[in-house]
Design a binder for this molecule. Structure first.
Ligand code: SF4
Length: 382
């Protein structure tokens, strides 16, 4: 079910089928990291079976013009969010009283919706970085569309998400240009499975296909976004190297992994102790935020995901009925994909580097702020 309890599942599959048949439209798709770790369950495969390559093949068979990966945008999120963490941390340590910590992650739209409604006095502490879904849409409809010579009105950006709140995120006004959304609509993992079955695609028999470039290229850091602790671990891989100037000998931050509801870790940055927290489930998030509101903060940065387990346990995934062994299997699938990647730090993604060289300049530049950041609204009810 939807973690904010306010959303009903909207099915966009018929709209998608119409778009795929329209010869005037270019229809592209991005797939969130958690989808590949659970989609196979809908076809009888055991939890934790990675089906990345089969999923790409099936999306091509369904008729998408380009098949990309949200993990690319997860790497981009780390570039922006990591720069924001370093900027706020440096200002705070230099005594700037206008800067508040901890910085909170902002990639989960159910979590964003929750703090806008319940903690409007803390709207200045979450990162302003858009979610990977929205960063992808923004870059696809500007940088990539311009390179490809595709007019914005002809380009349809679809996302495959483990999440029902992502459907609502696509509709937020701040993610539209002249009424045209950056991401046109989102399809859940279960809806994708239904589409594959309707098309009579023998999913389990498919061979592996690769994502298209450039927005299909990602590092291992982008992959682990799909599980609780993954965004923090991805951020730590980049923040540690950029802050200290040293190459990490081990990129696995085991301290932030696992399924405990709230986890804490202290990371040594050349003598400075960076304190981070991870929470999943909105009950845990509420307790952390109430502590912060009451001046009992012990963290510099906190990752929060609304769903138990993070996106692997999202409301659009195959139902897991609260079985933690299913969540562990899905999380381990993502850690396996991460470990097998030749590059595992977001700032080493060569296509992200090119994007900055050709278009964005540098993290937090004026263009990056415009395309990749957002603002929050007081939605509390008196
Ligand atoms: Fe969606 Fe992931 Fe947030 Fe769950 S944790 S609401 S799946 S973004």
């Amino acid at each position: 079910v939807c973690p904010v309890g306010a959303l009903t599942e909207r099915d966009h599959t018929n709209r998608l089928l119409e778009d795929l048949e329209d010869p005037d439209k270019v229809v592209i798709v991005q797939t969130a990291p958690a989808v590949r770790a659970a989609l196979g369950e809908e076809f009888g495969l055991p939890p934790g079976t990675l089906v990345t390559g089969k999923m790409v093949y099936a999306l091509r068979e369904l008729g998408f013009d380009y098949v990309f990966d949200t993990d690319f945008a997860a790497d981009l999120t780390i570039m922006e969010e990591g720069a924001e963490i370093l900027k706020r941390l440096t200002a705070y340590l230099n005594g700037d009283k206008s800067v508040r910590l901890p910085i909170l992650t902002s990639c989960c739209p159910a979590w964003v919706n929750f703090f806008e409604h319940h903690f409007p006095d803390l709207l200045d502490i979450p990162s302003t970085a858009r979610s990977p879904q929205q960063m992808f849409g923004s870059i696809a409809k500007t940088y990539w569309a311009e390179k490809m010579g595709i007019p914005r009105e002809k380009l349809v950006v679809v996302s495959i998400m483990p999440c029902l709140a992502k459907k609502y995120e696509c509709d937020r006004e701040e993610f539209k240009t002249n009424g045209n959304p950056d991401v046109d609509y989102s399809i859940s993992t279960r809806e994708l499975a239904r589409l594959i079955k309707r098309a009579n695609i023998g999913f389990t028999l498919l061979t592996d296909k690769d994502f298209d470039l450039p927005m299909g290229a990602s590092t291992g850091a982008g992959v682990i976004f799909g599980t609780t602790g993954g965004v923090m671990e991805a951020a730590l891989r980049s923040v540690c190297e950029i802050y200290t100037g040293n190459t990490l000998e081990n990129v696995n931050f085991e301290q932030v992994r696992g399924l405990a509801g709230v986890r804490r870790a202290t990371i040594d940055l050349n003598g400075f102790e960076l304190k981070v927290g991870i929470a999943h489930g909105l009950g845990n998030a509420r307790r952390l935020l109430e502590d912060i509101r009451n001046g009992r903060n012990e963290y510099h940065a906190i990752e929060i995901m609304a769903c138990p387990g993070g996106c692997i346990g999202g409301g659009g995934q195959p139902l897991h009925h609260g079985h933690s062994d299913v969540l562990y299997a899905r999380a381990n699938a993502l850690y396996r994909e991460d470990a097998a990647k030749p590059l595992r730090k977001s700032h080493e993604n060569p296509y992200i580097k090119t994007l900055y060289e050709e278009y964005l300049g540098k993290p937090l530049s004026e263009t990056a702020e415009h395309l990749l950041h957002t603002r929050y609204f007081n939605k509390s009810i008196d």
